[in-house]
Design a protein around this ligand. Structure first.
Ligand code: RI2
Length: 313
């Protein structure tokens, strides 16, 4: 039996009430800790099985952001002990450590990213990324004046979240529709985006529209930087596996009545796309900034070649 809080977190992730790759990882670790604290188990084996079940419920929510399986793996790998109580303690301690490290990594990454931003720079954002926000926040803490052109980001308009948070930081914000990005690229010094997953070849999987934006940015000569903690590195891609792109409901794109009115159409709603490394200038992590082509070295160092699924039955 999965703890109701785990079910609740899983539903919130699937429905995107909890969203953003880092936030999803944090929520998943927190849910595993609650499950560990409360799970009823009469033997260490039953407890382990129960933890695997909870992790599966979380894993099955959204397929693209690798921070989710990376978080589950990190917590489950730390499960050790020969009694239920020892196992419980090890999981909660490991989850707490994960969450602390995630937070610290984001602050560190922010300082690295801020190094690329100069006083007076204008940044264009896409979607809402806490890692990208950390770079702007750190730049402001360093006393730099930063302005932002914020793409609204159809279909869910997470650009509004970015705009609100930037205003809270005192950043002057211009909100534009996605189609206006090319028009405004002449006015910006950087495109700054987050990532849901990064593949071994340095490709960046991020909110749909990132790859088109990157092509436009290349055309205009505007550098594009990706802010992504190392938890976004997708270890499965080391062995050639592709990253699954989540397809979401057509109701996010068009309401049923309008769809009916138009006639017989198909609607496709991929949540993410893939930007090849040649369109990216730098990937900024808590371990420093990397040209996308060299990210594989870091990935190997941190994750090794073999990746298992400790939540499998
Ligand atoms: P942080 C989001 O996906 C966006 O694609 C964003 O760039 C990425 O997660 C990373 O976000 P969604 O969950 O981890 O909105 O930087 O589909 O917060």
């Amino acid at each position: 039996m999965v703890h109701p809080d785990v079910e609740e977190t899983a539903t919130a992730i699937a429905e995107m009430e909890i969203r953003g790759a880092a936030t999803i990882a944090d929520a998943a670790a927190a849910a595993l800790a609650i499950h560990a604290r409360e799970a009823e188990a009469d033997s260490p084996e039953a407890f382990r099985a129960s933890m695997r079940e909870a992790a599966r419920a979380l894993y099955d929510t959204r397929p693209t952001a690798v921070s989710l399986p990376n978080a589950l793996r990190y917590v489950l790998y730390g499960m050790e002990g020969t009694t239920v109580e020892a196992l419980r303690g090890s999981v909660t301690a490991r989850a707490d450590r994960f969450r602390r490290e995630l937070d610290q990594a984001q602050s560190k990454l922010g300082r690295v990213g801020a190094g690329r931003i100069r006083d007076g720079d204008v940044v264009m954002t896409h979607c809402h990324s806490t890692d990208a926000m950390a770079c702007i926040r750190a730049a402001i803490e360093q006393g730099k004046h930063v302005e932002a052109i914020v793409k609204e980001t159809r279909p869910r308009q997470q650009g509004h979240i970015t705009a609100r948070e930037l205003r809270e930081l005192g950043v002057p914000v211009t909100l534009i529709v996605d189609n206006a990005a090319h028009r405004y690229l002449n006015d910006v010094d950087h495109v700054l985006v987050g990532a849901d997953s990064i593949a071994a070849d340095g490709s960046v999987i991020n909110k749909i529209g990132t790859s088109g934006l990157a092509v436009s940015a290349r055309d205009r000569g505007t550098p594009i930087m990706v802010a992504a903690q190392t938890i976004k590195l997708h270890p499965d891609t080391l062995t050639g596996q592709a990253v699954e792109i989540e397809m979401r409901a057509e109701s996010e794109v068009i309401d049923a009545e309008t769809r009916e009115e138009i006639g017989d159409i198909e609607v496709r709603n991929p949540a993410f796309d893939v930007t090849p490394p040649r369109h990216i200038d730098a990937i900024v992590t808590e371990q420093g900034q990397f040209p996308p082509e060299s990210i594989v070295t870091l990935m190997r160092e941190l994750y090794g070649e073999s990746v298992d699924q400790p939540w499998a039955e």
